[in-house]
Design a protein around this ligand. Structure first.
Ligand SMILES: [Zn+2]
Ligand SMILES: [Zn+2]
Length: 374
């Protein structure tokens, strides 16, 4: 790109900013390229050449601009500068980088609401709301319809990030419009799904560019504030309401673990506090947890323990029971992809035998080392 070119782009208004319908950063970039009549890759190269070269190599998967990562944040800020619209930095969830773990925030495949796509056909600007990209969102905030993930024509899922083609209303595999089939069962959202939908809607409508330097409240401070609100929060009660172990709650209170979006959603819905309040301690706001949500409080069922195929595990255990290298229990459990404590609880005899074999091996090796060479 020659340097004498004005390094600015024409302005483009983001759709639905400040509402749960806010468009995704990826959708904005596609529309930006479209408005400048250039392919998506060309727009991407232009942005990269006028800022930190974050994604020089566009081979393979393109970047996830909506993810809460510093890379996405740097990219979206650059776009905001180039279009001279600071509010563009609020698109996506990159402004949450460092406040929430990036894993499991976004879906791996595209999702869409058929009713929304039908609206698009009636003349609304086509765009993809951020909500469609969020892994925890199951329904459309506007229509209450369950989001679709499989093409009604060919049944395939489309990966969420794909460089070619911007058309959100068409299957990337068979090129048929998603809305071709209207035989979609109208599944009602459960109380839990409704609560999650509302919470994620609050997050999607938060203007990230205004709150970017605000500190994130510590989990312990959240618990203290919940106490202040009259919730008598003991770790065991929290664990029960959130459907997680007491150990998880303790490590969060101790500040040892950065919570993932799943845990924060469980906390927000179980106590009826707004999800953005858990992530942003807004300035001048003393009772930052006071604003409660409209949805009913949700008690989460415990996370399912990973199921173990004991039959095949038993075969492996048998091998370990007679193997020359008597491994420690922890290592055997890791090989079976079981928590060591879980293994001990389910197979106490085998665990004891394995422990004994390991102890014997260690003792034998020690005495062999001590014995003088003959
Ligand atoms: Zn919809
Ligand atoms: Zn298809």
């Amino acid at each position: 790109m020659p340097t004498n070119v004005d390094p600015y782009l024409g302005p483009l208004q983001p759709i639905g900013l400040g509402t749960p319908d806010a468009e995704s950063a990826e959708s904005y970039l596609w529309r930006l390229a479209d408005a400048h009549a250039v392919p998506w890759q060309t727009m991407h190269e232009f942005i990269n050449n006028h800022g930190p070269a974050i994604y020089k190599e566009l081979r393979g998967q393109p970047p996830r601009l909506d993810a809460p990562t510093p890379q996405a944040a740097a990219y979206v800020h650059r776009v905001a500068t180039l279009v001279r619209q600071p509010e563009v930095a609020s698109l996506g969830l990159s402004w949450l980088a460092g406040r929430v773990r990036a894993q499991h925030v976004l879906r791996a495949s595209r999702a869409w609401c058929i009713a929304c796509l039908a609206d698009t056909r009636e003349g609304h600007t086509p765009y993809a709301p951020l909500m469609w990209s969020l892994a925890s969102v199951s329904h459309c905030a506007r229509h209450g319809a369950r989001l679709q993930e499989r093409c009604p024509s060919c049944g395939s899922k489309n990966p969420a990030c794909r460089v070619e083609g911007w058309d959100w209303s068409r299957c990337a595999s068979c090129k048929q419009p998603y809305a071709a089939s209207d035989a979609v069962p109208d599944e009602m959202a459960s109380a839990q799904e409704t609560a999650v939908l509302e919470q994620m809607g609050l997050l999607a409508s938060t203007l990230g560019h205004e709150v970017v330097d605000v500190p994130r409240p510590a989990f312990a401070a959240i618990v203290i504030s919940l106490h202040g609100l009259g919730h008598h929060v003991s770790p065991s009660q929290m664990a029960w309401l959130m459907g997680v172990s007491k150990g998880t709650v303790s490590s969060l209170i101790g500040g040892h673990a950065q919570p993932g979006i799943d845990l924060l959603l469980r906390l927000a819905t179980a106590y009826g506090v707004e999800l953005p309040s858990l992530l942003l301690q807004r300035e001048g706001e003393t009772d930052w947890l006071m604003r409660s949500t409209r949805h009913g409080l949700v008690v989460w069922t415990a996370r399912r323990k990973p199921r173990i195929d004991w039959e095949s595990a038993q075969q492996k255990l048998d091998i370990h029971m007679s193997a020359e290298a008597a491994l420690p229990v922890a290592q055997v459990a890791k090989e079976l992809q079981v928590d060591a404590r879980h293994l001990a609880a389910c197979q106490p005899k085998t665990t004891a035998a394995l422990t004994e074999r390991y102890r014997t091996r260690v003792a034998r090796e020690r005495s062999a080392r001590r014995a003088p060479p003959t």
